[in-house]
Write a protein that binds this ligand. Sequence first.
Ligand SMILES: C[S@@+](CC[C@H](N)C(=O)[O-])C[C@H]1O[C@@H](n2cnc3c(N)ncnc32)[C@H](O)[C@@H]1O
Length: 245
Amino acid sequence: MGQRYDEFADWYDTYVTSGMGQPFARSADRLLERLLGPGADRLCLDLGCGGGAHVPALTGLGWRVTGVDISARQVDLARRTGITATVANAEDLPLADQSVDAVATIMTTTDFDDLPPVFAEAHRVLRPGGRLVVITSHPCFGGAFVERDTHGSCIVHPGYRRHERIEEHPLLGDGIRSRVGVVNVPLPALLNALTGAGLILHETAEDDGEEPIPTLLGLTAIRPRQQLDDLSTPHEQPPTSAMTS
Ligand SMILES: C[S@@+](CC[C@H](N)C(=O)[O-])C[C@H]1O[C@@H](n2cnc3c(N)ncnc32)[C@H](O)[C@@H]1O
């Protein structure tokens, strides 16, 4: 089955590597460096790798990289960067349990149809103690319903709370979003999908770009070394001395 990005993969590749999207891609690379850190030849899964725009940053940090993307054309482009890359759905990764040291997913959370199963898969393939780094359009200042003026001011239009795929809207502009649509993900939906997968939120960061208001949000979440208790179940109260006497 053809995927949304198949038709636009080459256009998108030019956009992020040498076009209008390049400053945002470089901002994302700086966030990656800060949140992921050095790889020392360990293995990082680039989840939703697209054409591999962030592979140079990942390999530059010393990570070995393998990519997964649902679009065959994107995977073709990613392979040209020298990495192994596989066509697969992020909800059903062709990787063994605990087989990667890190997962980086960049500009994808507004493309995945459903985040909880994707983060559950990231948790499954991460080794205990490994980290997932998410870099995304800022849900508050870069969402589908945010308009920026030429001075960088943001107007958040009604719609911020809509958690759904938006296919057509005047605010989608004339870039990739008017071509492939966008999933509007309010901040709690993003954070709850991470923690709901059993990952522990470790660090958050915003871009240091030239815009006065951030456009990107970065998160690091760790797969704990031990399974978390079910935090949704209230713990039994320990008996008090009054109860035991
Ligand atoms: C905006 S592009 C970002 C690509 C790359 N990470 C980058 O920053 O240049 C989003 C990518 O997510 C991929 N994608 C969307 N849904 C996916 C899924 N369920 N499984 C794997 N990849 C998916 C798309 O094919 C597309 O390549």
